[in-house]
Design a protein around this ligand. Sequence first.
Ligand SMILES: NC(=O)c1ccc[n+]([C@@H]2O[C@H](COP(=O)([O-])OP(=O)(O)OC[C@H]3O[C@@H](n4cnc5c(N)ncnc54)[C@H](OP(=O)(O)O)[C@@H]3O)[C@@H](O)[C@H]2O)c1
Length: 260
Amino acid sequence: MKILLTGGTGGLGREIVRAAEDAGHTVRVASRRARPDDAPAGREWARMDVETGAGVREALAGVDAVIHAASDPKRHAVVDVQGTRRLAEAARAAGTAHLVYVSIVGIDQIPFAYYRAKLAAEQVVAASGVPHSILRATQFHSLVDAMLSGFARTPLVLPLPKTFRFQSVATSEAAERLVRAVKAGPGGRLPDFGGPEVLTLGEMAEAWKAARGIRRPTVHLPLPGPLAAAFRAGKNTSDGERGTIRWHDWLRDPAQVARS
Ligand SMILES: NC(=O)c1ccc[n+]([C@@H]2O[C@H](COP(=O)([O-])OP(=O)(O)OC[C@H]3O[C@@H](n4cnc5c(N)ncnc54)[C@H](OP(=O)(O)O)[C@@H]3O)[C@@H](O)[C@H]2O)c1
């Protein structure tokens, strides 16, 4: 199949390219950037911006399916909501047979502006008239890694909300699941896809410190409010399908970490 992949230059997108090409598909990477000189010959490229609509119609020409993984948490209203609407309308006009949307577990239960935008984008896809699948994934291991690096900017100690819970998943496994969804055809809202285990951020931080050679003590950072309460309650976790790569193993696998 020929797959148009929005967000194909992002952390998840790069893994989707790998998984889709390994499965024998042709990928057309959609990006606001120019095709890099070192892109392999068999990989197609489309300059496209979902915010302005530039290149969207041309990018959709002749593809069998679209995986829509483009997103911008800082500009979610124009990129995630309006951009998804623009893409879905163009896909309907083009007669696209399958639009696969990448979403996030718990977005309907966690009071966070970016998640509200993801929920609105899901609704746009579901109402678009384009045959579709929606896959909600849990946070990626690479996101937790980046989050812990952010907390570690404080000198001497590692302050973090230790009781937050995560069921993080490897992007490689989320990517493989999305490629399977393309092959299976339009399935509507698919079972959630998450990591193999639920851990507290405190537990994750201990493994992360060991893997990174960081010795400073972790200090609990109590965070007030409904958003923090949702992460403490694990509203971002799910009993759905699970990947197999555990946080501890991901941290110890340089190939996985390098991919993030
Ligand atoms: N990170 C997580 O933990 C997590 C967990 C579950 C689900 N997800 C979802 O997975 C998807 C991918 O996340 P990610 O973390 O891999 O993203 P990412 O690394 O931040 O990449 C974002 C991508 O969006 C593209 N993009 C941004 N604005 C665009 C625009 N106006 N037009 C076209 N493309 C645009 C970028 O492409 P160019 O810069 O090349 O144009 C880039 O490839 C998102 O839908 C996200 O909500 C993420």
